[in-house]
Design a protein around this ligand. Structure first.
Ligand code: PMV
Length: 329
């Protein structure tokens, strides 16, 4: 009745941006991401040993929507097993550097899904765990497995065909690097969840985004297959720009970019002209993630720092979410 899992975060190369179903977290388009090591989140779940549900994240008792999202995942497991499991205790802890600037929710919900299924005695199935993780946070469905994962949008109204599949193992391209450049530590004003809804509802560019992003996924897979860093960098940059363009076109406009975000992007362009193979991607926030290879990760870090990055985190391709024998309680 007790299990612990560890999962890594991921960064999308083709972003997920916008839901067709808010409750089930079903996207309008497919997306593709790289799972990132060494950062991870570990989560322990135990059913039946407490009198009411207890949710603790990074040393704090979770409240409000944070707690509800966790209970939602646990409730699905409870109903799948006929309601015999009882109240749950869940403790989750991330080892991210405080300023990593990476959303821990993807790793957190992937670890929760894998741990909750194991604690309930359900078999280890990446597809079922991905669907479960998706109910907590969309991008979490791509953190159940390592390497490069594709979240297929699916067609069904119940979400049974909307989950992530692994396209390449972490060992396919071990020299690939992502360098997170923290240029601004402030909490963003508009969360991804709200920003994407506002964009879907008001941006005239949104339908074009959906069509374009869907077509980019197979192109990205083909590029990764042949390990073409320049082609992947160019694809990642244009996909990030197009995602941000939809939000800039919303009413009222939504801009996640800061002055120093643009400063770093401009500097990257100059460095590329001088022969450094480094590109960026950008989630719904001001901090670029640089895409490069092992031979240039130190140069990428130096470049980010020269542009005012207050913190830099160097990442390598990460592996699957795994069960661990040491529990958090
Ligand atoms: O899963 P959420 O609700 O945190 O949304 C993630 C959205 C982006 O990070 C901007 C893109 C992505 O695909 O991860």
């Amino acid at each position: 009745m007790k299990a612990t899992a560890l999962a890594h975060p991921n960064i999308a190369l083709v972003k997920y941006w916008g839901k067709r179903d808010e409750a089930l977290i079903l996207p309008h388009q497919s997306s593709l991401s790289l799972t990132l090591a060494p950062m991870s989140v570990s989560t322990t779940v135990e059913f039946g040993a407490v009198s009411s549900d207890q949710v603790e994240i990074n040393g704090h008792t979770a409240k409000g929507s944070e707690r509800e999202r966790v209970l939602r995942v646990l409730d699905v497991v409870r109903s799948e097993t006929g309601g015999r499991l009882g109240p749950a205790r869940m403790v989750s802890r991330g080892d991210f550097p405080a300023a990593a600037g990476l959303a821990s929710s993807a790793a957190g919900f992937a670890a929760l899904a894998v741990a909750a299924r194991a604690a309930a005695g359900l078999p280890a199935e990446p597809k079922a765990a991905s669907i479960l993780a998706r109910l907590g946070s969309g991008s979490a469905c791509r953190s159940v497995q390592g390497g490069i994962c594709e979240w297929r949008r699916g067609e069904r109204a119940d979400g049974a065909d909307s989950y992530a599949v692994q396209r390449f193992e972490a060992g396919h391209w071990p020299e690939l690097r992502m360098v997170v450049a923290i240029v601004n530590r402030d909490e963003k004003e508009v969360k991804s969840r709200d920003g994407m809804k506002h964009t879907v509802d008001t941006s005239p560019y949104y339908p074009a985004w959906v069509k374009d992003a869907e077509a980019e996924v197979p192109r990205a897979v083909e590029i990764i297959q042949r390990k073409d860093l320049q082609a992947l960098g160019e694809l990642a940059e244009r996909n990030a720009w197009r995602m941000h363009a939809t939000s800039l076109g919303a009413q009222p406009p939504l801009c996640y970019l800061h002055a120093n975000t643009l400063g770093l992007i401009e500097h990257l362009r100059e460095q590329r002209k001088k022969g450094t193979p480094v590109w960026f991607t950008l989630d719904a926030g001001p901090n670029p993630v640089l895409l490069t290879d092992a031979a240039h990760e130190v140069a990428a870090e130096a470049l980010a720092r020269a542009c005012g990055a207050v913190d830099v985190v160097r990442c390598v391709p990460g592996g699957d979410a795994v069960l661990k024998s040491e529990h958090l309680f």
